[in-house]
Design a protein around this ligand. Sequence first.
Ligand SMILES: Cc1ncc(COP(=O)(O)O)c(C=O)c1O
Length: 364
Amino acid sequence: MNLYELSTPALVVDLDILERNLDRMAKLCREQGVGLRPHAKTHKTPEVARMQVGRGALGLTVAKVGEAEVMGEAGLDEILVAYPVMGSEKLSRLAALARERRVLVSLDSEITAQELSRASTLAGATIGVLVEFDSGYKRCGLEPGPRCAELAAKIEKLPGLKFRGLMTYFGSVWGTADERRAEAKRVTEPVARALEALAAARIPVEIVSGGSTPSAEFAGQIPGLTEIRPGTYVYNDLNTFYQGACNLEDCAVRVVTTLVSTAVPGHAIVDAGSKTLSSDRLSSGPATGFGRIVEAPDAPLVKLNEEHGHLDVTRSLHSFRVGETLTIIPNHVCTCVNMHDEVFLIRNGEVVGSWRIAARGKIR
Ligand SMILES: Cc1ncc(COP(=O)(O)O)c(C=O)c1O
């Protein structure tokens, strides 16, 4: 079956592009001398995680305990939950998983460490801990400096935990290549400050985890970094493209959609709305629209209802007809993938299989 014959809306991944993206990042990390612990929030699919580990990834990153469980059940190991997990139900599930698999958690407060320690001890497990510091994104993370060392020292004393190092998210590395390069240079300073504080307290640091897709190419220039956690690179999306961090040909995922109405002049309606694409706006480049129509890039996807996508066709050279199939590159592939139960696999335009997106919707 051809991809244009799929029942729509449908999520498809081009396997040649996916494999190329995986190979490229594995090579980039090897060349820069940093480890790769890819973030599985983008694909949420054990089959892709296995391809990453098969190419040398030293483990996986997730944001949710539910994602960690899915990956653990699928046989994946050395899983970092890069999120300060709170709540006894989630912590006891995490501790149960830590009996079967090597699990790490990043956190930035003593109370989170104490709760984690309690759950881990109760389960008879050991959980690795990374202290999160803020390198400029201002979301989570301690000020890099003595407070990181103080928390690490407390973690070292807590039963059921093993302090393994530091973690930060380079979310501030965003924008054009020049902006990203300058910010990647700036973050070397907070990374150095966090490391100095740990060294001054004589606390050994095994892991320094940072990174993301837009900062990946600069990882080797950040002294002390031992690994990076890019997620989006597996599929890429318009946000990555408009930062110049990938080409359109590197976008592996598309949403296949059917044009269902041209009744209103100047408009064309497709069967992909916010429940198919997610309503995430573009946050790079022109910062407008909800995705790129590959067959008619001159028809912006200007508005989404739940099940309707509105194309502005007033300036398009494409002649739109009801029933035609179009494909869309999403703005933000991670939230788009999370909308779907399955992804169809494409090779040379033909559908060759499908994967269940086993960790989709795992928000706890
Ligand atoms: C903690 C953390 N690490 C890594 C990533 C991966 O970033 P990207 O998807 O840009 O590669 C994210 C993305 O949100 C994140 O929140």
